[in-house]
Design a protein around this ligand. Structure first.
Ligand code: ZN
Length: 151
């Protein structure tokens, strides 16, 4: 695919997921939940995960508000990590973060998430894209303190 097509696909994905995010609700039987906040943009999400006894993310959802990128990134992340085990999800986060920071990462591993690569051209939006992931990491580590992108 050439750059122009990738750019168009990127915009369509953001618009689609931003407008109608998947997994946008609260699951009743979650085993962990955590809030994440990106004060630079005003994005705020609450993540809900149901992790089973084998460490598999059985269900995942979020609620919150913010810009289209934060919503789309949360939505796409939850699609990707549902049914993964904790270790796989954290591994995916490492690659996603590396992509946003223009470091080396495994494109195949990221699959559709790779379409969010476009954010790296907009440094101020990188935190919008990684907010859900930082919140996920905190949640999987059983953190209780809300995550903020500005420490
Ligand atoms: Zn944002």
């Amino acid at each position: 695919m050439d750059d122009e097509n990738l750019r168009i696909l990127y915009q369509e994905m953001i618009l689609d997921h931003g407008r109608s995010p998947r997994h946008f609700h609260q699951i009743d039987d979650y085993t962990c939940s955590l809030e994440g906040f990106n004060p630079l943009c005003g994005d705020k999400i609450t993540l809900y995960l149901k992790v089973d006894k084998d460490g598999i993310i059985d269900k995942a959802s979020f609620q919150g508000h913010g810009c289209a990128i934060s919503q789309a990134s949360s939505s796409m992340m939850l699609e990707a990590i549902t049914r993964m085990n904790k270790k796989e999800a954290l591994e995916l986060f490492k690659h996603f973060r590396a992509m946003c920071l223009s470091q080396e990462y495994d494109k195949n591993l990221l699959g559709k998430l790779h379409l969010l690569e476009g954010v790296k051209a907009f440094p101020s939006r990188i935190k919008c894209a990684t907010l859900a992931w930082h919140t996920l990491e905190g949640c999987l580590h059983n953190g209780e303190k809300p995550i903020t992108t500005e420490e």
